[in-house]
Design a protein around this ligand. Structure first.
Ligand SMILES: [Zn+2]
Length: 263
């Protein structure tokens, strides 16, 4: 079963590259990653990003030298949730096949719904409406859910529902996510990965994390805190989403970009 998934993902990867390799120089790259800094969004209970200077300046030897240390929780900023994050025995960060992290992009826009309801859950109906217009989401696809909220990232209370930190802040989280039924439909479509422009694939008020559990028991990773997707077409992009390869990790900082063919 797992082998079949990997084979499918790899064949999709080959398709994606054969379709776009010739125009990779003439196409456009869109960065879907928030820069990591002291303002990066982390879960209220997680260690935040810190960067400390080792050295920055001219040396006695005559050359310039710059180096820093950094530390952070795996889950914060633009990052990947590896399947093991919510599924015992599922893939750790280093074991997620690269074929699941590079693939054709399918961008489902729910920004209208999310603007009307901060606790919005992306539904089966949303995914089916997308497919009615753009065709069935293929195996190996990278599905990105655009709630239109990436622009709020710098304002934590607007983006997450609260700027407070600590365990008591978790109950105050408000942001949209993916419904359990929606997650099950994406599992059925055998997608490679799913991404969202909020802090979690489950909505802020979730108590059961059922989208995480549904996806991750099927070895599907989730990309969270994805940056502004408004420049992406619903179909036709190629997504490259490569996290830091943390051995045995449950997630990790992610650089995610999209390639658009043409001009
Ligand atoms: Zn996470």
């Amino acid at each position: 079963m797992l082998f079949r998934r990997t084979a499918l993902a790899l064949s999709t990867l080959c398709l994606a590259f054969s379709a776009s390799a010739q125009d990779i120089a003439s196409g456009r790259w869109i960065d879907l990653t928030h820069a990591f800094n002291e303002q990066s969004v982390y879960w209220p209970t997680a260690e935040t990003f810190t960067k400390t200077e080792v050295y920055h300046g001219h040396t006695e030897g005559g050359w310039f030298y710059s180096a820093y240390n950094f530390s952070a929780a795996e889950h914060g900023g633009t990052h990947m949730d590896s399947p093991i994050h919510f599924a015992e025995g599922a893939n750790t960060t280093d074991k997620v096949p690269v074929g699941q992290l590079i693939g054709l992009g399918f961008v489902i826009d729910v920004s209208r719904q999310a603007a009307a309801n901060v606790d919005y859950l992306v539904s089966v109906a949303d995914i089916e409406a997308f497919e009615a217009k753009h065709g069935r989401i293929p195996a190996g696809a990278i599905v990105l859910l655009n709630t239109g909220r990436a622009g709020l990232y710098a304002n934590r209370s607007a983006y997450m529902g609260t700027a407070e930190r600590g365990a008591a802040a978790v109950a105050k989280l408000h942001f949209p996510g993916l419904s359990a039924d929606g997650a099950a439909l994406l599992v059925d479509r055998r997608i490679g990965a799913v991404g969202i422009d909020t802090p979690s694939i489950d909505y802020g008020q979730s108590k059961t994390f059922s989208a995480h559990v549904t996806l991750m028991t099927n070895n599907i990773p989730a990309f969270e805190n994805v940056a502004d997707m408004s420049a992406l077409p619903p179909t036709g992009s190629t997504i490259v989403a490569l996290p830091m390869k943390i051995e045995g990790g449950s997630g990790g900082p992610l650089r995610i970009v999209a390639h658009l063919p043409g001009r």
